[in-house]
Design a protein around this ligand. Structure first.
Ligand SMILES: *[C@@H]1O[C@H](CO)[C@@H](O)[C@H](O)[C@H]1NC(C)=O
Ligand SMILES: *[C@@H]1O[C@H](CO)[C@@H](O)[C@H](O)[C@H]1NC(C)=O
Ligand SMILES: *[C@@H]1O[C@H](CO)[C@@H](O)[C@H](O)[C@H]1NC(C)=O
Ligand SMILES: *[C@@H]1O[C@H](CO)[C@@H](O)[C@H](O)[C@H]1NC(C)=O
Length: 534
């Protein structure tokens, strides 16, 4: 992460920014450091003591907190040295004015949690030189944001996260903070509408109001936020259409998360014009219509989650040209049409793809080929010519509950797939004998298809497998004795096939519920009745 950021610095990396802020806050003020090591102390003027006005404002905050189990406020004692000795307080060394107040509950092993209980004191509005105000994960600070905070006109960063702040998001208070760039009120109990006044804070780079109880539509005034790189409104009760101006005017957007709301209407095609967008999540809404065909022009896209909506139509072919896409979730929509046709470049960055619970058709082998990077034929290709080599980083693939046909292909080595679910389709053919080459697979679900033939004994080499479901197919023959070697297996189901013969008498096979073997021809041995001697 850090390497990526330093290579490509951009304002759109809020987590990196937070990290920098956090590191900066942990460093002791420069003067205090000089005092500790005693070097250069003679030349330096003595540190300007903490401004009495700021000290009084801080003590006002402390008085508003009735319980503090974090131990932070215990360091705010009666002395004068609020710049040097009070935890979370940073001053301008020359003026003694408080420029940053950063209070975060220290993490404790769950379920224990440290907290501050009480309310935000109006006295905080007296910290008029404050540029950074962070009060995070205090869990029990409630009440409203005091109106006096509108006096913090130098404030650039305001993070009041993870508490019990309530009432409306006070637009008139926030719009007084004319320098504001980073705003997060995530994880509180704010309700009511999104404040239109935020649209006048044209310096805003980040807005995070996720995890509250906000309702209504996105105000049109937000079209003025041309520097906005990060907008997270997820986990609220918002509704109405996704404004087309997001794509037309918020050209700096790198991260847009509107998930878990009640947004309806179509995905505006204008979003496809956001050339810096890396993360788009619209999951769990009520979006209708089709996925815009130009979606592939967002070439910066890393992650696209539009699962659990009411989208129809086919998956645009252009999506399968996104070279940086690592996460794709289109699950639980009404998507139809064919799985993506053959693509020259594949999806080289793909880590996770979930197309489950749709109405997709097409051949599974063709699909595997289309997501796999083109591979030059080696000199001695004859042995592996038909095997497919999955994208090397691909870990999670879910195509379950569609109408996919064809047969599973032979697999080449080198895949890192951990999760493969193609259950509930109409896949025929046999279990490829090379499936064991997916050695990292932890979950394999090919249940409820039309797969025939025998179970390859070589599957026993899949040493990481924890979950195996091959139920509801037309498999014949025995469960190979070699399966007794699959030490990690915790769950398996063979039910509803045409299997016969002795169940491997080893864990977990002899301990599974009998239902895991029901509906076969003539399986026997524990947990079923013993095999008859012939
Ligand atoms: C948007 O910006 C324009 C020009 O900077 C300004 O005239 C207008 O009042 C702003 N609108 C809102 C809602 O802040
Ligand atoms: C997009 O990102 C690049 C590089 O991070 C940056 O230089 C550029 O200004 C951004 N474009 C917009 C419209 O914000
Ligand atoms: C994709 O979305 C579905 C439905 O919202 C969810 O259940 C599933 O866990 C997601 N898949 C991945 C790989 O995250
Ligand atoms: C080529 O493949 C054949 C058949 O799998 C094998 O016997 C032979 O050793 C291979 N040759 C080379 C040079 O790898």
């Amino acid at each position: 992460m850090a390497m990526q950021v330093s290579k490509k610095p951009r304002l759109a990396a809020p987590s990196a920014l937070l990290l920098l802020l956090a590191v900066a806050a942990l460093l002791p003020p420069p003067r205090a450091e000089a005092g500790h090591d005693g070097a250069g102390g003679d030349d330096e003027p003595p540190p300007t003591p903490c401004s009495p006005a700021d000290r009084a404002a801080l003590l006002g905050f402390k008085a508003g907190v009735t319980v503090d189990t974090t131990g932070i406020l215990a360091t705010w004692d009666g002395g004068d040295d609020c710049c040097g000795a009070w935890e979370g307080v940073s001053c301008d060394a020359a003026t003694g004015r408080v420029v940053a107040l950063q209070l975060e509950a220290p993490p404790l092993p769950p379920p224990r949690r440290s907290y501050m209980e009480g309310a935000l004191s109006a006295s905080l509005g007296g910290l008029e030189f404050l540029e950074t105000l962070v009060i995070r994960d205090m869990a029990r600070i409630g009440g409203a944001i005091p109106a006096s905070l509108s006096r913090l006109s130098r404030l650039k960063q305001l993070y009041l996260e993870g508490s019990m702040l309530a009432g409306g998001v006070p637009g008139s208070v926030l719009s007084g903070m004319a320098s504001l760039q980073y705003l997060s009120l995530a994880g509180n109990r704010f309700e009511g509408k999104l404040p239109p006044e935020l649209g006048s804070l044209s310096g805003l780079v980040q807005i995070n109001l996720a995890g509250n109880r906000l309702s209504g539509e996105v105000p049109p005034s937000y079209k003025n936020l041309s520097r906005l790189a990060y907008l997270d409104l997820s986990n609220n009760l918002l509704s109405g259409a996704i404004p087309a101006f997001f794509g037309q005017q918020l050209k700096s957007l790198a991260m847009l998360d509107l998930s878990n709301n009640g947004f309806s209407g179509e995905i505006p095609a204008s979003l496809c014009g956001l050339r810096n967008l890396t993360d788009l999540s619209l999951r769990h809404n009520k979006l209708t219509g089709v996925i815009p065909s130009q979606i592939g022009s967002i070439s910066s896209l890393n992650s696209l989650s539009i699962d659990s909506n009411l989208l129809v139509g086919s998956i645009p072919e252009s999506l399968f040209g996104l070279q940086k896409l690592w996460n794709l979730n289109l699950s639980r929509n009404g998507l139809s049409g064919s799985l993506p046709p053959g693509i020259r470049h594949g999806l080289p960055s793909l880590v996770s793809m979930d197309l489950s619970h749709n109405h997709l058709v097409g051949g599974i082998d063709h699909f595997f080929r289309s997501i796999s990077p083109a591979r030059r034929l080696t000199k001695n290709a004859s042995s592996d010519m038909s095997a497919i080599f999955l994208p090397r980083q691909l870990q999670h693939l879910d195509l379950s509950k569609n109408s996919i046909t064809g047969a599973l292909p032979e697999f080449g080595a080198g895949a890192s797939l951990r999760w493969l679910d193609v259950s509930g389709n109409a896949i025929g053919g046999q279990i490829p004998s090379s499936v064991w080459r997916l050695v990292g697979l932890q979950r394999l679900d090919i249940s409820r298809n039309k797969i025939r033939g025998t179970i390859p004994a070589s599957m026993a080499a899949m040493a990481s497998l924890r979950w195996l479901d091959i139920s509801g197919n037309a498999l014949v023959g025995r469960i190979p004795d070699s399966f007794a070697r699959m030490a990690r297996l915790r769950h398996a189901s063979f039910r509803g096939n045409k299997l016969c013969g002795k169940i491997p008498q080893a864990r977990p096979f002899n301990l599974l519920p009998a239902a895991a073997y029901a509906g076969n021809l003539c399986l026997c041995g524990k947990p079923l009745p013993p095999c008859r001697q012939i």
